[in-house]
Design a protein around this ligand. Structure first.
Ligand SMILES: [Mn+2]
Length: 364
């Protein structure tokens, strides 16, 4: 793809993936073009990629088909995290209970497993057609038209390329939402998935009015005191084992009560755990309502933490994955830590470098 007469080529790096994506875009646009009602929804516990991608896509779709009814849905019956409220169109996000119709097309963004639609899943099941735009490992049979590229750093990258394919102008609002998607899913371009394609798309988005400094200020540099007090508790109890190669910490229900911190503010705490020098696998657990625990896992590229997340009913990527556990933080630690130890030893760093090569291939 070419844009604005520049010589920079946008799109996947391999010709095969380019062809797959272009064909997928054509089918997605054909599916959307015949719809009067379109519902766009991302995964449960939405992050910056989920929200930024779905809000940008809503605007792109509305520009293409001004008379279509485009609704933007949350998967959960609770508001989206406040840190993303600066995103243009944030106020359009609706809880699933407010949507009573049967959409002509349901667009699932940043998920490939319908279970991650959570409370919005019945709406997806009532839809005539389902479109999937994602970068998680695909689930067979989900979606009538889709582009699922596990090599894409963020869904925001794919949506930006969809806009170019459809020749929709990238307005500053669209650019800002997509930039937020890419910034957050690449950990500010610091994770292993921050590839040339992500940087090229980001560069285009900045040219079209996206503001990285505003995103940084809102998402990473505007914490309430209550959250900072919670963070100090979490930092204070970081524990390592296996010679420092596994690091973990947690936040309990009583920590939230004591500090007054909000559950949704905790997204970045896993990065603090991951930052322990010499750690290869990081785990952060937080108590969530309903006697459950949400777990975040990170690897620095060698160990595939999605295997442990999947085993616990969750999922994700090789270097970043998550799960929800029924029980207390203590019970979750008992369930998860032995699996992490096993993972560390099964996929240990080989001195001959073979495993490192494998890690590079799979680091997306
Ligand atoms: Mn994502």
């Amino acid at each position: 793809m070419e844009q604005m007469g520049s010589k920079v080529q946008l799109g996947p790096s391999s010709a095969e993936e380019c062809a797959y994506q272009e064909a997928g875009f054509a089918k997605i646009l054909a599916t959307l073009s015949s719809a009067n009602t379109i519902a766009i929804c991302a995964h449960t516990s939405p992050d910056g990629d989920a929200l930024g991608s779905q809000l940008a896509l809503a605007q792109i779709v509305q520009k293409l088909w001004p008379s279509a009814e485009v609704r933007v849905l949350l998967a959960d019956e609770r508001p989206a995290p406040h840190i993303y409220s600066f995103l243009p169109g944030f106020e359009r996000l609706e809880m699933p209970s407010t949507y009573e119709g049967d959409p002509d097309v349901f667009v699932a963004v940043d998920l490939s497993d319908p279970r991650r639609l959570h409370e919005a899943r019945p709406i997806c099941e009532r839809a005539d057609k389902v479109v999937v735009i994602d970068h998680h490992p695909p689930v067979e049979g989900f979606g009538d038209a889709k582009v699922v590229r596990t090599g894409a750093a963020a869904v925001g990258v794919i949506i930006a390329e969809l806009a170019l394919h459809a020749k929709v102008d990238l307005t500053p609002d669209i650019a800002q939402s997509l930039m937020c998607a890419i910034v957050t899913d690449t950990g500010r371009f610091q994770y292993q998935n921050a590839d040339g394609e992500a940087f090229r798309v980001a560069s285009l988005l900045v040219d079209h009015g996206a503001s990285p400094s505003q995103i940084s200020l809102n998402v990473y540099e505007s914490f309430g005191l209550a959250f900072l007090h919670l963070k100090s508790l979490v930092l204070g109890r970081i524990t390592t084992f296996e010679k420092g190669r596994i690091a973990y910490s947690y936040a309990t229900q009583s920590d939230f009560e004591r500090t007054g911190a909000n559950l949704d503010e905790c997204d970045g705490l896993i990065d603090a755990v991951r930052s322990v020098e010499g750690s290869q696998i990081a785990l952060f657990l937080k108590a969530v309502p309903g006697g459950k625990v949400r777990g975040n896992l990170r690897s620095k590229g060698i160990h595939d933490v999605s295997r442990v997340a999947t085993m616990l009913g969750g999922g994700g990527h090789r270097a970043a994955a998550g799960f929800t556990f029924e029980g207390s933080v203590d019970e979750a630690l008992v369930a998860v830590l032995p699996s992490l130890r096993k993972l560390l030893h099964e996929q240990d760093v080989c001195d001959d470098g073979q495993c490192l090569d494998e890690a590079k291939e799979g680091a997306q």
